[in-house]
Design a protein around this ligand. Structure first.
Ligand SMILES: Cc1ncc(COP(=O)(O)O)c(C=O)c1O
Length: 450
């Protein structure tokens, strides 16, 4: 926010009109934008100076801009940037504090849409097995990550949340099945699930565009087109996507075809500098809500927070100004080629255990497997390989993420490591990453040899 003006305008008739907003606000009115503040006083875009007697949302110690009474410039600007960059896919957005909150917001907005538009019987969500949409009770119910939900299974909602097979060709495509046949099988399964539930009871099908946390499977070619065609043509309901890699979406990967009605974005939106997530909605959803309640029935104390929105705007600007996605498009394939050469070459120590290397951009997952005959000569003494690799990498000076339990529906198998260096990674750093990663993998393998 700019510094507070030293004087207050004396003539209220000179008040400028409020600018249009690209935010679906949580209030039936369009809250004025705060432009400056000093102590307990806040200046508004129409020139008024107001005294804050409630500390935003009773946060007390200091005054701050709370989205129920006031909007703020960084949030309004970020909303305009996101909506403009979606090339017509989305009309309005809302801001929260991270990915799980964004997915909760997606679910509630989708339900609100049907509630407001005269279809209150819609109460079912369909998600995918082995998916992950966050760590709240709602998102754990929606997704199906076997180990993360296990302790809470007894208190998760299995009445309104239903699941279909993962989109995970490497593990679940049948022998002799083409990719088209596999996609068709998944599409048919989804259609069958709709019919089983009653298609007019379904609020939405929810999926990750790229499975983030430990499988990094990538969407099977044509899958989203097939799903979108199905959900839009057959049932005309809102499909929802969970997309955490906002920057890739925003800066060029979006084709404008087959976009969902609601999309969550987080992670890259704040680039690690701020805790922020966003919910983007198509014109259809925006109109449904605008034409009825007119506001989003969903509010948090820290929603559209000015600091987080300002940081997110700065992150998006740096990504564009420093051409970071161009860098990703160079360093990403280089990272992939080095990983393949060092882990999958015929003479590579890790080759018999490197089940898959998959990813996109600079975001790569390496899936290991120890069920083949060669694994008989290894004994990890009860340690999980991916976790051992993560720990050894750290000892050797590299941070990676090791994850387990994503290779089967029960969550009892799986060793995955994830690499997703910052967009400004250099060629030398890519080489160092692969050197240390492969050395750490080989150390663990050698130590396990019996
Ligand atoms: C696809 C997906 N959805 C939701 C989340 C939850 O986001 P957060 O950790 O910010 O709550 C994640 C986090 O990894 C994710 O990858």
């Amino acid at each position: 926010m700019t510094p507070a003006p030293t004087t207050t305008p004396s003539d209220a008739s000179t008040k400028p009109a409020l600018k249009p907003t690209a935010i679906l606000h949580r209030t039936p009115w369009r809250p004025p934008v705060a432009t400056a503040a000093e102590g307990m006083y806040v200046w508004l875009e129409d020139g008024r100076k107001v005294l804050d007697a409630v500390g935003g949302a009773a946060v007390e110690k200091v005054s701050y801009v709370y989205n129920m009474q006031l909007s703020n410039e960084p949030a309004e600007e970020l909303a305009r940037v996101l909506i403009a960059s979606s090339k017509g896919a989305f009309e309005l957005c809302g801001f929260v504090s991270g990915g799980s909150e964004a997915m909760e917001g997606v679910m509630k907005l989708a339900r609100q849409y049907y509630y407001e538009t005269g279809q209150p019987q819609r109460s079912n969500f369909i998600g995918r097995k082995l998916s992950f949409h966050g760590n709240t009770l709602g998102t754990l119910s929606l997704a199906y990550h076997p180990t993360r939900r296990a302790p809470y299974a007894a208190i998760l909602d299995d009445r309104n949340f239903h699941h279909v097979s993962p989109a995970y060709a490497k593990r679940f495509q049948k022998p002799g099945e083409t990719e088209e046949q596999y996609v068709e099988r998944l599409r048919q399964e989804l259609e069958d699930k709709f019919l089983e539930l009653g298609s007019d009871t379904v609020i939405g099908f929810v999926a990750e565009t790229v499975v983030r946390d430990h499988r990094r499977r990538g969407a099977t070619q044509g899958l989203f087109q097939a799903m979108n065609k199905f959900v839009m043509v057959h049932f005309g309901f809102a499909s929802q996507l969970d997309r955490q890699d906002w920057a890739l979406y925003m800066h060029g990967r979006h084709s404008g075809r087959g976009h969902p009605d609601i999309q969550a974005v987080a992670k890259g939106l704040g680039g690690g500098y701020a805790s922020i997530g966003a919910i983007l909605m198509s014109k259809k959803v925006a109109d449904g809500v605008r034409d009825s309640a007119g506001f989003w029935k969903h509010g948090h104390t820290y929603q559209a927070h000015p600091l987080a929105c300002a940081a997110s705007l700065a992150v998006q600007k740096v990504i564009v100004d420093e051409k970071l996605l161009e860098n990703v498009n160079v360093q990403g394939p280089y990272l992939e080629s080095l990983l393949r050469a060092r882990l999958q070459a015929p003479n590579a120590l890790a080759a018999p255990f490197t089940f898959d290397i998959r990813g996109r951009g600079a975001w790569w997952g390496i899936e290991f497997d120890f069920t083949g005959p060669e694994a008989a000569r290894l004994d990890f003494k009860g340690t999980q390989f991916a976790i051992a690799v993560q720990a050894r990498c750290l000892q050797n000076g590299l941070i990676v993420m090791g994850l387990t339990s994503g290779a089967n529906l029960e969550g009892t198998r799986g060793d995955h490591c994830m690499l997703s260096p910052a967009y400004n990674v250099t060629k030398e750093q890519v080489e160092a990453i692969v050197d240390i990663f492969v050395a750490s993998v080989e150390e663990i393998l050698k130590e396990a040899a019996v």
